[in-house]
Design a protein around this ligand. Structure first.
Ligand code: RAM
Length: 921
């Protein structure tokens, strides 16, 4: 042993003795994740990125080095043998997105890993082990054939409101030796449920994630070792339509994409204890039927289930399948087979209804007390053939009946036919509804239904809630809650616009900045990374990007604002999650689109192509959907050109990150030329008004850095005047302007105006929605009075930058722009007259961040938490740094706190990880 090793083991021994009972815990490594997923199964990233969190005994914990071990068995890992990868001790502070760099990973490789770190507070022990497994990386890894039935069956109906019964497939097989391990790989289109020996595999619902199936499909992988047994086994799969057999058939085929009849490709790979392997795969020895209990399933229209047709035991060995048909070999859907690396949907919450009221005609109205997306589970007793019908809606008519006109032609109706006898429990499998109210009819004779007979099942992507925020303002809190429910309602394996009417499309423009705000509330990193892939797959060879992706509705029309979301979401993933890979992966496609737009739609130095304007501004009359008043609307050419400038700016940033200097020069030049042309065309140099002086017309150039410095103050004043004088403290922006409004007002020195907009309860405002019964966010500011043709009660696009403002500006939880992924926090809360406290927390990629402050007449107090291996620059409202205390001491002398400078009426300090309690008296 050389001296260094002796010394270091002595030191370790010393440290270990030092951390006994009365000592604080040593450095800990927590939340190990691979590609930001916990122990993912079947991934296809060949250099997967590993992340961990650190927590330490004292303030200011910093990682100085790490070592990662990846082993092919848990035993090897336990013996510290990284046969796949031993990174060695790497001097680095990086604890997020450390890319695997070991032996090339192949299909099916099981990877067990752990990490240890060296820090400013001593070394950590090895972390607890974590794992991931590789999926099927090659086309030829798929050994089976696609099976299905390429036709309709009696009882199906292929007119516009297509009805197709679910298709069931099964196969028996024998495992003749003890099993060591088994994995199932499945692509079940449109939607599948997988059973092994009668048991449901996994908790996912409505899987897999939707894609443009002609471009590519997602597979899921499950470790099914525990579900198989030596001897006879059976696998069963139910297929629903999903978006594959689209909800509308033979209807506007130029717009609505449909892909064919449900189909399945799967295999179960079994490794026996003796090391031999077997593979059970789809082929024409499988059996299938369309005669099961799910009689019809259609995402818009609902599901009908006839329990008298149940087939007990169909997914177990020994079932009598005489009446089943041989499965037919069908065409593959085309495109790539990719591992699904975003979370599937799950029942995320079960909610009790709040009231049930009888209506005429033996009907009842059930109120969930909350607008939600998912379905109803019911418990009912009656005779065979009794039929309970459930109709779903967001609101009621004054008569107490359902209001369904805003669902357009979505029938949103589930029907359950009882088998009779004992109490029956049922919930649908292949649909979801956006609803608060349910009309129940056909309830069997006997006792009337009660609340106990029903559960609301809240369904969305299985992602963690990462944020929590409350303030001293009840309206802000209520709107936050409505936003929370709106966002979870509209995550459906892709971000959709609404969950209730005959639409439910992933419109790009609805998420331009929304995705960023949402990222504080939910861990949406995987969903949006998947969505970028959807958008990439939707891009045409010439560069054109549609307004909806996956392009289930084909809206290729070219405009700047909706497709531009491709870039803003990539930017969000980089800033909020430190994901640099998305920039590298999508850079070329983003650039192709930007160049394509520039080449095809330039006019006098501007890029003017627009379609939606400032979508959904508050209209002049409360019945209207879209304003026709030129004074309320903003010139589309201004919106397009300023947005194009902003997108060039984003590209400039991406080029910088990726070291593409030549491109960067090109963007810089284009921006300079565009700025000149833009101000020439739209800016009135005297009044400092842009175009027709709407808030949006002035706000976009101001937010994007287009305004000449000497005009900035006046342009901003025009915005404030418009809000406070012309609109008496009310919002006048639509989907576009609202994306910058709250931050813009705050950053330019009028947080009071932002607060006014956020706490309003009269029209138009988010609070007005809440005051008028909204439990989510409406599509329209006048959602309670507008025409039902386009009036969803559960949209998120009008949130604009409200959530970003709440977290970054109110609570002060913000990633410094030059330190993405919260490497360094910029904590600058905004105490404003009328708001006395804010409490917020956010589970970032680096760990839990907290900020809560309170403004009392002569005292400002602020408690905050900075996660391990992270720093924060904190901006404390104080005219004099000497007045700032931390933990009862003068702040500048407190441990881990460093005074940096005064900045206006803020004392600026730097702190490391830990908990802090600042007070200014
Ligand atoms: C409607 C919805 C949707 C929006 C498009 C342009 O279908 O309001 O959210 O993005 O129009």
């Amino acid at each position: 042993m050389n001296l260094r090793i002796v010394l270091s083991s002595l030191l370790t021994a010393l440290l270990l003795t030092a951390f006994r009972a009365d000592q604080p815990a040593p450095v800990q490594l927590l939340r190990l994740r691979c590609e930001l997923l916990t122990n993912p199964e079947g991934i296809d990233a060949t250099a997967p990125r590993l992340s961990w969190e650190l927590s330490g005994p004292a303030r200011g914990l910093e990682q100085t080095a790490y070592q990662v071990l990846v082993a092919s068995t848990p035993e090897k890992l336990a013996a510290d043998e990284g046969d796949l990868w031993n990174s060695g001790q790497v001097s680095s502070a990086q604890s997020v997105h450390v890319a695997y760099a070991g032996t090339p990973l192949r299909s099916r490789t099981l990877c067990y890993w752990k990490v240890r770190t060296w820090t400013t507070q001593g070394p950590s022990a090895w972390s607890a082990p974590a794992r991931w497994s590789m999926g099927l990386l090659n086309y030829l890894d798929w050994k089976g054939r696609w099976i299905g039935f390429d036709r309709a069956f009696p009882g199906d109906d292929e007119t516009t409101h297509a009805r197709l019964s679910a298709r069931y497939f099964r196969k028996e097989f024998k495992a003749d030796k003890p099993i060591r391990q088994a994995t199932a790989y499945i692509i079940g289109l449109g939607l599948y449920e997988l059973y092994l020996n009668g048991q449901r595999v996994g908790e996912q619902v409505l899987a897999p994630g939707p894609t443009d199936y002609g471009q590519g499909v997602k597979y899921n992988a499950y470790d099914v070792t525990g579900l198989l047994k030596a001897g006879p086994n059976a696998v069963g799969v139910t297929l629903g339509n999903g978006r594959f057999y689209a909800m509308r058939q033979n209807y506007k085929p130029y717009k609505i994409k449909t892909f064919g009849y449900p189909k399945l490709l799967m295999q179960i790979e079994v490794t026996y204890a003796d090391g031999t392997r077997d593979i059970v795969k789809t082929d024409d020895t499988w059996q299938g039927t369309a005669d099961g209990p799910i009689r019809t399933n259609n995402e818009y229209d609902g599901e009908e289930y006839d329990a008298t047709r149940e087939m007990p035991g169909w997914a177990t060995a020994g079932f009598d399948a005489k009446k089943w048909l041989p499965a037919e070999l069908v065409q593959e859907p085309g495109g790539a087979y990719e591992a699904q690396m975003n979370e599937n949907m799950k029942v995320m919450e079960t909610l009790k209804p709040v009231s049930i009221k009888p209506l005429n005609g033996g009907k009842y109205i059930l109120d969930m007390g909350q607008n939600l997306a998912g379905w109803l589970r019911l418990r009912v007793q009656g005779k065979a053939g009794d039929q309970v019908t459930l109709r779903f809606a967001e609101t009621l008519q004054p008569s107490g009946e359902l209001y369904v006109r805003n669902l357009r032609d979505a029938r949103a109706t589930d029907v359950y036919t009882l088998k009779g006898g004992a109490r029956e429990t049922w919930e649908p499998r292949f649909v979801y509804h956006g609803f608060r109210y349910v009309e129940i009819s056909g309830w069997p004779a006997g006792p009337a239904p009660t609340l106990a007979d029903f559960d609301g099942r809240v369904v969305y992507d299985d992602m963690a809630t990462t944020g929590a925020l409350t303030t001293s303002d009840a309206t802000i809190n209520q709107v936050y809650r409505n936003a929370y429910w709106g966002i979870r309602s509209n995550y459906k394996g892709m971000p959709i616009d609404c969950p209730q009417r005959n639409e439910r499309q992933p419109w790009l423009g609805d998420r331009t900045t929304g995705a960023y705000g949402e990222s504080f509330v939910f861990d949406n990193s995987r969903l949006y990374a998947k969505w970028l892939r959807d958008i990439e797959q939707a891009q045409k060879a010439d560069g054109s990007i549609p307004d909806v992706a996956p392009a289930f509705w084909r809206y290729y029309g070219d405009n700047v604002t909706w497709p531009g979301t491709y870039l803003t979401v990539a930017d969000m993933l980089y800033r909020q999650y430190g994901d640099q890979q998305v920039l590298a992966r999508h850079y070329d496609s983003m650039r192709r689109w930007l160049v394509y737009m520039g080449q095809n739609y330039s006019e006098n130095g501007l890029v003017t192509k627009d379609k939606y304007g400032d979508w959904c501004v508050p209209p002049e009359s409360k019945e209207l959907i879209h304003s026709k008043d030129p004074a309320r609307n903003t010139d589309g050419a201004l919106i397009a050109s300023s947005t194009y400038y902003h997108l060039l700016d984003l590209m400039l940033g991406f080029a910088g990150v990726l070291g593409k200097t030549r491109d960067a020069d090109e963007y810089t030049q284009q921006m300079a030329a565009l700025k000149t042309a833009f101000n020439q065309k739209f800016l009135n140099r005297e009044s400092c008004q842009y175009s027709n002086n709407t808030v949006t017309a002035n706000l976009l150039p101001l937010s994007y850095g287009l305004v000449p410095p000497e005009a900035e103050a006046k342009v901003f004043q025009n915005i404030v005047d418009k809000v406070m004088v012309d609109n008496q403290g009310h919002i006048s922006t639509g989907v576009i302007g609202t994306q910058w409004l709250m931050r813009g007002l705050t950053q330019h020195g009028r947080p009071d105006v932002a607060l006014r907009l956020a706490s309003n309860r009269d029209y138009p405002s988010w609070g007005y929605m809440a005051a008028n019964g909204a439990t989510t966010i409406w599509e329209l500011w006048n959602g309670n009075t507008a025409d039902p043709a386009m009036n969803s009660q559960n949209h998120v696009m009008l949130l604009g930058d409200l959530l970003i403002w709440q977290y970054e500006n109110l609570a002060g939880i913000k990633s410094a722009p030059d330190a993405p992924g919260f490497q360094r926090l910029e904590m600058k809360p905004t105490p404003t007259a009328g708001l006395t406290s804010v409490q917020a927390s956010y589970q970032s990629v680096r760990g839990l961040i907290k900020s809560s402050w309170k403004q009392e007449p002569k005292r400002f107090s602020w408690n905050l938490t900075v996660p391990g291996n992270t720093k924060a620059v904190v901006y404390i409202p104080a005219k004099d740094a000497e007045k700032v205390q931390e933990g009862g001491k003068k702040a500048s002398a407190a441990p881990g706190v460093k005074f940096l400078r005064m900045e206006g009426d803020r004392a600026v300090f730097e702190v490391g990880s830990g908990n802090y309690a600042f007070v200014v008296k």
